[in-house]
Design a protein. Structure first.
Length: 567
């Protein structure tokens, strides 16, 4: 009618254990799912807790030994309750009467009838009997009682005793297995590495912004023109794109073609691929005579314009492009050696020497200088990259030894005669004894003795070991020194000394100098420099301990840089 109105009245119902429940409510209701403190499962749970078992192990133990439909959150609540409140019952468990194992089976889909049956009163007697069975107040309903219930309310309720005979509790432990030889994750080291990578990336940002989307040949030309320091250069090259990975099975070949138009290549091939490409080129051209090609003006055409590298499934590259990729890889390795030198200066040298300011100046100078910049004042071309070997456990190159001899010349009592690397003699005895030194070198030694007291001769034997000869024109002696005291090396040195003595007008005595011995396989050049230094000056260092060798390397580097400043 017109005066009738609809009113929505929410119906509230409080569910407790004392009513008939369905399987869905039974599985979801917290009071039924929780394990009370009187349950024999608690002792097993306590043992698992003492064994530091995880919630998953306790969960499996409860599900295997009972009909409880617990969840992982129930297990965590149980563990927290046993730890904090001494296994006291919760409110829901107290209302439940302590019955542990309850199993219900619904014969029909009663999801829509549980609410009405729980609150309705037409089956109060049957419901109360079921509630007594659930709460522990009465026995199980008989078959007659269950048949009196409507079909939608027929529920099979079974109860089990919570107490069991004292038997050993079966506990299943899922112990954590640590794989063998698997290192633990060092997050501190990971963060430090990430910070270093970010710092290196930021240091090369200026060059990346300038040379972005440029061809490799253009990048190399720009770098040679800009001449950045090893810090910015190394950071830029470390993040420069490398196409794919080097695979030995990758097929490649050089082809003689002049109709190839080079593409804009903004990446470089892996270093192993580039090296293998040049090895193939060298092998293919061994024993072949290059043909000289002339253009319309009669000028020679470079051979690199005719050869291209064909890499399977990758691309085709001109020889000039591959050479520029090789230059970039060499430059990256040079920058890496320069950074190692700066690290050695900052970490080792600075803690041992008193010249802290001088070490810091050299550190900044190397980081900000173009590595291939020629250092003036030596009379020959020596670059900063040649000095990157003056550090611990590194073999000195020819340019460094020669530069140090220029420093020794500042004492104004010596001259240096550089001898090319002496090759090992053949096993077969020659019919005529071959001379080790050329006639021009022997003549230069005689002329130097007319003007100077000492003639210094650092010698590189077979390109693997540094030794030295010192000719004393005043004492008429030829000192032979080998820091490794090798019988083979000393024999070759004595042969050279005898050859020199035979060409001098006066009689010279050959002496094997008993000097300090090297303790590693790389410091032979450092000890050869020290022996020559001792021969011409009494101010030469004398400490040859492990820390003394580090100081000696710093003195050699400092002396070479001093020659540069005085020029």
């Amino acid at each position: 009618s017109a005066d009738e109105s609809w009113v929505i009245a929410p119906k509230r119902a409080v569910y407790t254990h004392n009513h008939q429940v369905s399987t869905g409510i039974y599985q979801q209701y917290p009071g039924i799912r929780q394990v009370p403190s009187q349950s024999p499962l608690v002792s097993g749970v306590r043992l698992l807790m003492q064994a530091q078992a995880g919630p998953s192990s306790i969960y499996e133990y409860i599900r295997e030994n009972s009909d409880h439909h617990v969840t992982m959150q129930d297990v965590r609540n149980l563990v927290a309750r046993l730890r904090n409140s001494g296994a006291e019952l919760s409110d829901d468990d107290s209302r439940g009467g302590g019955t542990t194992f309850v199993k219900t089976e619904n014969r029909d889909n009663d999801g829509s009838n549980d609410g009405g049956n729980a609150c309705g009163g037409e089956n109060a007697e049957d419901t109360s009997s079921v509630a007594q069975a659930i709460s522990g107040g009465g026995g199980s309903p008989s078959s007659d009682e269950s048949e009196d219930l409507p079909l939608t309310q027929q529920t099979a309720v079974s109860t089990h005793l919570v107490r069991k005979p004292d038997v050993p509790v079966k506990i299943k432990l899922n112990s954590r297995i640590v794989p063998v030889e698997r290192p633990r994750l060092n997050r501190k080291e990971q963060r430090a590495k990430a910070e270093a990578d970010l710092k290196e990336y930021n240091q090369g940002m200026k060059l990346r912004g300038l040379l972005r989307d440029r061809d490799v040949c253009e990048v190399v030309s720009a770098l040679k023109e800009i001449q950045p320091g090893i810090l910015a250069m190394g950071a830029f090259l470390a993040t420069f794109q490398v196409l794919g990975k080097a695979t030995p099975k990758l097929s490649m070949a050089w082809r003689h073609r002049t109709d190839i138009v080079a593409d804009n290549v903004c990446y470089r091939l892996p270093e192993e691929t580039v090296n293998r490409a040049f090895e193939l080129l060298s092998e293919s051209r061994t024993g072949k005579k290059d043909e000289i090609q002339l253009d319309s003006d009669g000028e020679g055409v470079g051979d690199e314009n005719g050869y291209v590298l064909v890499v399977e499934k990758v691309g085709t590259y001109s020889r000039e492009l591959v050479e520029q990729m090789k230059w970039m890889w060499n430059m990256q390795d040079t920058c890496r050696r320069g950074v190692l030198l700066c690290t050695w200066l900052n970490n080792e040298v600075k803690t041992l020497v008193d010249e802290k300011v001088a070490v810091s100046v050299a550190f900044d100078n190397f980081l900000k200088t173009w590595p291939y910049l020629v250092i003036p004042g030596f009379g020959f071309d020596i670059t900063y990259a040649d000095l990157f070997c003056i550090r611990g456990s590194t073999w000195l190159n020819d340019a460094t030894i020669r530069a140090f001899c220029v420093f020794l010349k500042t004492y104004k009592n010596n001259a240096t005669v550089m001898i090319p690397p002496v090759k090992k003699q053949t096993v077969k005895k020659p019919t005529k004894k071959e001379s080790v030194l050329a006639e021009q070198q022997l003549l230069l030694i005689r002329n130097c003795l007319d003007s100077w007291q000492f003639v210094l001769m650092p010698i590189n034997l077979s390109g693997v070991h540094w030794v030295c000869l010192v000719v004393d024109g005043t004492a008429k002696k030829i000192q032979v020194y080998d820091s490794a005291v090798s019988a083979m090396y000393l024999k070759r040195l004595k042969n050279i000394a005898s050859e020199i003595a035979s060409t001098l007008p006066d009689m010279y005595e050959e002496i094997v100098f008993d000097g300090p011995l090297q303790k590693d396989g790389d410091s032979c050049g450092v000890f050869a420099c020290l022996q020559q230094w001792k021969s011409v000056s009494s101010k030469a260092p004398t400490d040859v301990s492990e820390s003394g060798v580090i100081k000696l390397c710093w003195k050699i580097l400092q002396a070479i840089l001093k020659v540069k400043r005085c020029s």
